[in-house]
Design a protein around this ligand. Sequence first.
Ligand code: NDP
Ligand code: MG
Ligand code: MG
Length: 341
Amino acid sequence: MAELFYDDDADLSVIQQKKVAVIGYGSQGHAHSLNLRDSGVDVTVGLREGSASRAKAEDQGLKVASVADAVRDADVVVILAPDQVQRLVYADEIAPNLKEGAALVFGHGFNIRFGYIKPEADHDVFMVAPKGPGHLVRREYADGRGVPVLVAVEQDASGKAWETALSYAKAIGGLRAAGIKTTFTEETETDLFGEQSVLCGGASQLVQYGFETLTEAGYQPEIAYFEVLHELKLIVDLMVEGGLAKQRWSISDTAEYGDYVSGPRVIDPHVKENMKAVLADIQNGKFAERFIADQDAGAPEFKELRAKGEQHPIEETGRELRKMFAWIKPSDTDYVEGSAA
Ligand code: NDP
Ligand code: MG
Ligand code: MG
């Protein structure tokens, strides 16, 4: 059984006595910064020269400094810039300015697991990784709840890394839900696998194939959109509440029987073989290498794939339909429809 932590297991005053620098003010950065601040922690946001994020952080009343200045002053440095730039920011601005004994915090284990960042031995290195998007991490905190977090310690130089990690997890609201103990290796490999095979890659491809199959057979795209994309959320909500069993309890017997006889025809055993191959490429570092090499070259493959995805006919159908859905409220993100195409 996994080891779980809650608010009572952590001492908030540990992190309240430290100066925290949060590097990056994007999805996770804004949520960590604001939640820490509202938990009574001394936070400075570290941003690069000319950063578009500066005004957003200042509008929230946060202190903003250059990455170097924020790091120089900090007892705890939280690296929440995008994974693909973290090693560059670390080498150029964090490592040269890091105080002796300062702790390094990550929101995902990528750079440590694949060796892109190798901290000196005298620093605590830990992870507090919310299992949800940053905007939800902020919204839940503001509503008095929290998003569960994975907590891991990679390096315990001070002997107090766990205490600090749990205090930090409490301050961002994670322990109101639960903290789950893990390692950088387990978090990184399972996070990448989950998003690639099931949550993002698998689900997106499943939805696209379902839409293509129906529209190529002559059905209306608007009807196909409802059947293969829109209703997915309703089904997933039931799974989250009560597992696959509750979902199957709630749907009709017709749907449940179809689930049993046709599910394994669509997702047949060779899909599991494919998943194993995806996991192998995560574990052996091939995925990380390909991602970073493309990013370092200006992300040509990434940009091409993103544009191609946005041009899929399901997106056009969805854009038009959603304009008519008064009952769908966009969540509070900065997302702009069609921005990548
Ligand atoms: P974002 O892409 O949202 O981060 C963007 C922020 O990073 C902006 O404030 C940007 O500032 C800043 N930034 C970009 N480049 C630099 C740079 N060279 N130097 C300093 N700041 C820079 O990141 P995420 O929040 O998505 O991810 C952060 C970490 O959290 C990652 O490790 C990720 O894996 C992890 N994570 C993310 C989740 C999510 O919900 N997105 C969920 C769980 C974990 P500027 O305005 O200057 O561009
Ligand atoms: Mg991830
Ligand atoms: Mg139906």
